[in-house]
Design a protein around this ligand. Structure first.
Ligand code: ATP
Length: 150
């Protein structure tokens, strides 16, 4: 069994300056070009840059995959985990997600790894996400948001 470690971002954008209420937020969601699942942007830690910290991987992957520059607000308390099979071999992936706030950039500038990148209102995110581990991570992100001063 091979283990893999990735890091990614659950990125929100405030619709009204100063308001972190759920109804005033949009979330960055992507459709993976290959497996077609709707996911959060992420990538393998240390794949491109040896010794890269997970925070830096997360910010870089968000930038590269979606065209968006995000600022880390907090690390989610629990990583997302899942099994998948690649060329007959079982792999176990652990993904550290960071809650991030949009700073700048445009989803028009997303790369080929994502076939589509969209901003969705809070009440549309769960139904769009393909995988259970991402839904759990989004639930944790929402709980973290509730604790932030708005
Ligand atoms: P990374 O972005 O970490 O570099 P990747 O884009 O190469 O990874 P994954 O997104 O991990 O690859 O997809 C590998 C396989 O795992 C695909 O078959 C995909 O359908 C499946 N998969 C992706 N995310 C999840 C998940 N959260 N839960 C279960 N299976 C998933």
């Amino acid at each position: 069994m091979t283990r893999e470690f990735s890091a990614g971002g659950i990125v929100f954008k405030k619709l009204k300056a100063g308001s972190a209420k759920r109804e005033d937020l949009l979330w960055l969601i992507c459709q993976h070009s290959q497996h077609k699942g709707w996911v959060f942007p992420k990538g393998l830690i240390g794949d491109n840059i040896k010794g890269e910290k997970s925070e830096n991987t997360a910010v870089r992957e968000v930038r590269e995959e979606t065209g968006i520059e995000g600022k880390i607000i907090a690390k989610l308390p629990n990583p997302a985990t899942y099994w998948y099979v690649w060329q007959g071999e079982k792999r176990f992936k652990t993904v550290s997600y960071f809650l991030m706030e949009y700073i700048s950039g445009d989803i028009k500038n997303h790369d080929f790894e994502m076939s589509e990148v969209i901003w969705l209102p809070t009440d549309k995110v769960m139904e769009r996400l393909t995988y259970k581990s991402d839904k759990l991570a989004f639930g944790e992100a929402l709980k973290l948001m509730d604790k932030l001063p708005s």
